[in-house]
Design a protein. Structure first.
Length: 410
């Protein structure tokens, strides 16, 4: 009897079959399909003595909704993820009993995987080849595509781990298909195949001035780096950042742009921020948020009797625009809240925010008042995008449950 050797990094949570030119084996279950026959992990499906093998797996019962979040390092992805998982309830934690340096966060509804895990070159490898982690040549997009596709169709995968402590690639961890999969990191929208798997995509666009201020705050104050080394690291990453990361924002369904304030002339402190939520029109299951009147152009200073504002105040803007040739709606907030509980006044003038009860945005922000950006547009818009993602997820799952019913009726 021919022996077929299958090399795969995948494991399966559903019924699978393997077919070779000579034989088809049906009904394989998870553990029977995963072979590491050489004792070494390899990311390629392959074959040995019996010719090419094809593995076919039926999808699990429910489909995973996939969200992409792109940003440079140190631009607030983790903070955004904490706000998003909080909207769905339950704490997000690394896989239980797994690698303590895992980058994955799992909660009841969501699994957040960090795309750094698809670095194909470790720290030494990148140094030897003279490439940065932002360079596509340092990342395995074939595996990223294969695994995101598998998870989306309900199939578990053995995902590699990039260890940020050692700079090495660690043995893989098992990721089961969640209800909502968030892929966050440098390149969720770089590869067209991966991009096509996304149900919704977000880009955090932090201007250079603000990025620098945040880096100083974290890497100098918390990690003991020098000002020169921070400057040098930003400069060294810039060409690849422009070429491979920043270029992805054209594909995003929502962009959160963070800029220095316009309320303080020549501000160079970077503490007060002007934040713009750019929302693409015509995205399936997503209707942009608006202020007062959908489609109008509105400038609003809410400070006065109902909102306490110290210098330099708060200014909102809302209106239609174009972004990389797409029609968009833009909601902008410049300035910061003195009293977070008064945000309810602003919330009550926003529509399409996908809340389940009056004041949910304010409640979410108050709950995480200690997260960076809770008193400005970054926290406000991240929270709103979190609620929109919940709404998108509910619409997708509702349409799936409704579909068989419709079919029966017909
Ligand atoms: N909205 C914000 N307002 C002010 N500072 C912020 C905000 N978001 C993030 N920061 C600052 O930037 C730092 C990095 O944030 P965070 O860890 O969320 O980013 P990240 O993109 O996940 O970073 P990395 O990829 O390097 O892990 C924080 O420690 C904080 O100092
Ligand atoms: O841009 C990054 C994404 O977080 C990191 O720089 C990249 O993952 C390499 O990590 P490290 O510096 O820990 O080797």
């Amino acid at each position: 009897m021919a022996v077929c050797t299958v090399y795969t990094s995948q494991s399966f949570n559903s019924t699978c079959s393997i077919s070779t030119p000579t034989k088809t084996h049906l009904g394989f279950h998870q553990k029977q399909v995963v072979f590491y026959s050489t004792g070494k992990r390899t990311n390629k499906r392959g074959s040995s003595s019996c010719g090419p093998c094809v593995i076919t797996c039926s999808a699990g019962d429910s489909q995973t909704v996939v969200i992409g979040l792109a940003a440079d390092s140190g631009c607030g992805k983790s903070t955004f993820m904490r706000r998003l998982t909080s909207v769905f309830g339950g704490a997000a934690e690394p896989p239980k009993g797994g690698n303590p340096d895992s980058n994955t966060l799992i909660s009841d509804m969501t699994t957040v995987i960090c795309l750094d895990d698809y670095h194909s070159l470790d720290r030494t490898g990148r140094k030897e080849k003279g490439v940065t982690a932002l360079d596509p040549r340092a990342n395995n997009f074939d595996l990223m595509h294969e695994q995101v596709k598998a998870l989306k169709s309900g199939i578990a995968v053995e995902k590699p781990i990039y260890n940020h402590v050692t700079g090495l690639l660690d043995p893989p961890e098992l990721i089961k298909p969640p209800k909502i999969l968030v892929i966050e990191g440098l390149h969720p929208m770089f590869d067209e195949r991966v991009r096509d798997l996304l149900d919704f995509s977000i880009y955090l666009d932090i201007s250079n001035e603000v990025k620098f201020a945040w880096k100083i705050q974290r890497d100098m104050a918390e990690r003991g780096h020098s000002l020169e080394s921070i400057k040098a690291s930003i400069e060294a990453r810039k060409p690849d950042f422009d070429a491979y990361i920043d270029s992805q924002k054209q594909y995003a369904d929502a962009v959160i742009e963070v800029l220095p304030t316009q309320l303080i002339p020549d501000d160079n402190e970077g503490k007060v921020l002007r934040v713009r939520l750019i929302m693409k029109e015509g995205v399936k299951n997503f209707s942009p948020v608006y202020l007062f009147d959908e489609g109008s152009t509105i400038s609003w200073i809410p400070c006065g009797r109902k909102l306490t504002c110290s210098y330099p105040g708060i200014k909102f803007f809302y209106g239609p625009d174009t972004y990389f040739g797409h029609e968009v709606s833009i909601l902008e907030m410049d300035g910061q809240f003195d009293r977070l509980d008064e945000l309810i006044y602003v919330e009550s003038h926003l529509s399409n925010i996908s809340t389940k009860f009056y004041g949910e945005v304010t409640q979410q922000l108050l709950k995480h008042a200690d997260f960076p950006g809770s008193n400005n547009g970054t926290g406000l818009f991240q929270t709103i995008v979190g609620l929109k993602i919940r709404d998108l997820y509910e619409q997708i799952t509702a349409s799936k449950t409704a579909a068989p019913l419709e079919a029966t009726k017909a």
